[in-house]
Write a protein that binds this ligand. Sequence first.
Ligand code: HEM
Length: 479
Amino acid sequence: MIHGYPPHHSLKRDLSAAAIRRPTKLPWGIDIVFDIYKNVRRHTVLDAAAFAYQRYGNTFYQRFMGGDFINTIEPANIKVILSTNFSDYDMGTRRRRASLPLLGLGIFNNDGEAWRRSRRLFRPAFKNNELRSVEGLFELHCKNLLSAIPRDGSSVDLSELFFSYTMDVSTQYFFGNSALSLLELGGSERAGRSAKVFSCAFATAQDRIRENYVLGIIASFRPRHKFKSDRRVVWDFVDHYVDGALKGRRPQKTSQYSVLDHMAETSQDALELRSELLHLLLAARDTTASLLGNLWLMISQRQDVREAILQEIKCLEGKPPTYDELKAFTYLLNCISEALRLWPPVPLNSRTCVRATTLPMGGGLDGTTPLHIPVGTIVGWNTYALHRRADIWGDDAHEFHPERWKAPFLPYYEYLPFSGGPRRCLGQEFAILETSYVTVRLLQEFGSGTIGSVDARPWTEKLTLTCSNLHGTKVRILP
Ligand code: HEM
């Protein structure tokens, strides 16, 4: 049992007395904020958090910026939070306050009936029959991606291109008009509205959400000029499409289908549509780009992986894959599962307890008995640390080893890149299809011998609201 700062009132005493505590040296756990900032600068937030679990146990309590936190990487606990006792938790005021100024209310910060409405609004877009027709969309932007890769032996950061690619695909699928940012990179006349300006503003404004979450109420005392101007850029970009959809005028529409069209049949509220689309863009774009960057870091560094995938896709004879073909490439899918395990694009997550409840583990002196959770407690889990638990994944838990995914190994709440339960990711299939498609097309184009990494540095965390590799994915194509 580790002793820490004394609790402030009886409910907190319930909680902290029952759980193993991470000690804090300053009131409000301000020293933990300093620690976080130190680790942000060193790009070691996730490794430091994983180390805290090794030190204090798989479930522990900490007081942090005036809040009570339970941290857990116990699959049995996470299952109860996400599924069995789903209605005992919500997304929480802290998360809502942090995201509201940029995103407004939408699927990520709504709860109860409002959340169910958000989910209903989106669901048709992710039905099987819509997904079956996305190959054309992927192919269109893959052509732009392939054209943006230099063939003269100079190096290129694939990760940057993947962020542009997922922006182009997402804006086309969601708004009906692609931002065409890959063309903008190439200075093409055909490039759409200034996607680069939008991307930068969206990225900076997202950082603000993360800081708001860490700082809690203190966040409201910081200057807001830069944030407000970024937000204006982001809102104008999305409003342009929403206005068009509501007024039925979209002269340069680049695709027949769009999520916005579906949504506009149910809602005519411009503010609601803007907010939900921003939530969707946040959910879909950076996550998939991070996955692609991480996967390609391995593919570009490991010739054996490139060759095994090429062997599997040989049956395509160079043709673009169909939906059914993509689903049958098991080795490629195992590589994707392994990239998601080692570097989950959403590595940290949390819920707030709204009805006093219990977790099956984390109580008692050794953390193995049920733990009482009072109302207001924030319960967080760390997918990055969970995916690296040696007692679950073996001694090679830190290595990229796609072969581990062979049946009969079927993890359940031990593996949560897309979360679980009723709020499980809506775009899981879309993201995996998109990642497989791009990977197949890149390998078909460049083979195994011509494309290779020019950067041997290990993966280093770049944590925003999602997580990617700080050094990107630098490769060179041999002429
Ligand atoms: C590799 C890519 C992706 C990863 C790792 C990922 C991961 C996640 C995770 C962990 C959540 C749960 C968030 C929470 O509990 O707070 C989530 C939710 C969600 N994701 Fe994804 N996602 C990915 C791609 C996508 C894509 C491509 C879309 C849409 C096209 C999408 C749409 C959503 C939506 C709408 C939710 C909210 C679900 C709800 O709260 O009911 N995601 N995603």
